[in-house]
Design a protein around this ligand. Structure first.
Ligand SMILES: [Zn+2]
Length: 369
């Protein structure tokens, strides 16, 4: 069950609670044959029919979500949920009453941003579905299995936009390119950057996103949050980060609310890293590996990170980087501890909280308990 951070949540009941779970593998775009807002679509499915979609996109690019993406929605006939549990995420879009008009620029921008999120969140491949039950993106008219007796939905103009603009836009956004901002509405920046191996900006996800939000709140830059901060980067995160950048004296495109290395360091005092080492794991390895048979590995991946850092600091030879925290690595760690001014038991070669954090800060890994 996932809810898109770029949408207003308008949960449809009882569908949301009662319909079967799906593993989303497809995205299918529709025209709703009415010039409706997402709110009006929600009311229609609540009051009038059961053929709901997961999402609705208004002419102004506003997005509503009615059902979580891990739950079946009913707009796509046999693709709603297949026997193997896979299914399609469906996206309705406001249109004229015969579905002949093209998507507005605002709709195109919203579909690209949504498509890029669905790609990242559910690993849906950015390609045209090669068969009615094969993963990818499509428009409703593409396969007879997706409708009851065939349909022209979403119309000729939009079927063309899908292939020529929307899908290429999703591919570009999935590769990190900026999502085009709708004309006439500057709005918060909606692109992502990778800093030290972690993504930041609209749509980014993970504990490092929450860490940024919490640091912003602590430092008094939380006024745009109505909920959160949490692990999803939304426009509110961008706006709060922009306030923080302004406080540093940044302006123009340097203050668009998307982090850079410099401002992140100022905010957090360090650059978070996707490389993580648990102190408890490394200590367990230091107590186990030296007495075990040659090459014994306890938490080998984390030990390798520490060993490489000791090499880079000049305390260990490269050939001893083997994932086994054996006698040589313990001796090297003791030498590193002495270089920090520790002596006696404090320089026994068993990593401690302070020495390991210092090593991580110098060599780019995070230390957890
Ligand atoms: Zn349709």
């Amino acid at each position: 069950m996932a809810w898109y951070p770029g949408a207003e949540k308008m949960e449809l009941q009882p569908e949301s609670d009662e319909q079967a779970a799906i593993t989303p593998t497809q995205v299918i775009f529709h025209s709703v044959a009415a010039p409706w807002t997402p709110r009006r679509m929600y009311e229609y499915w609540r009051d009038s029919t059961n053929l709901e979609s997961h999402f609705g996109v208004g002419y102004d690019g506003g997005v509503g979500q009615f059902v979580g993406t891990g739950t079946r929605a009913d707009a796509n006939m046999h693709a709603n949920r297949r026997a193997d549990g896979t299914g399609a995420v469906s996206v309705e879009t406001a249109s004229d009453d015969r579905s002949t008009d093209p998507w507005t620029d605002e709709q195109v921008g919203a579909l690209i941003a949504l498509g890029a999120w669905l790609h990242r969140r559910h690993d849906i491949p950015v390609r045209v579905c090669p068969a009615w039950d094969a993963p990818g993106f499509g428009v409703h008219r593409m396969f007879p299995e997706w409708s009851d007796g065939g349909t022209a939905c979403p119309g000729d103009a939009r079927a063309r936009q899908f292939r020529e603009v929307v899908l290429p836009g999703i591919a570009a956004a999935a590769g990190g390119a900026p999502v085009p901002t709708p004309r006439g509405d500057a709005g918060p920046a909606r692109y992502r950057v990778t800093v030290n191996g972690l993504e930041y900006g609209y749509g980014a996800h993970g504990p490092h996103v929450k860490e940024v939000g919490e640091a912003l709140v602590r430092q008094g830059f939380g006024r745009h949050y109505q909920s959160g901060p949490d692990e999803d980067w939304r426009d509110a995160d961008t706006l709060n980060y922009q306030d923080f950048q302004h406080s540093l004296g940044y302006s123009g495109s340097d203050a668009d609310g998307v982090p850079g290395e410099g401002s992140l360091r100022r905010l957090l005092g360090r650059l978070p890293s996707p490389r993580r080492v648990s102190l408890a794991h490394v200590v367990a390895a230091a107590r186990t590996d030296p007495g075990a048979e040659q090459g014994h590995e306890t938490y080998g991946g984390e030990v390798r990170i520490v060993e490489q850092a000791l090499v880079d600091e000049g305390f260990l030879e490269q050939r001893w980087v083997d994932g086994s925290l054996g006698t040589r690595t313990v001796q090297a760690y003791a030498a590193y501890q002495r270089s920090l001014g520790y002596a006696g038991e404090d320089a026994n070669g068993i990593p401690g909280q302070r020495s390991l954090r210092t090593l991580g800060e110098r060599r780019g890994f995070d230390v957890t308990d």
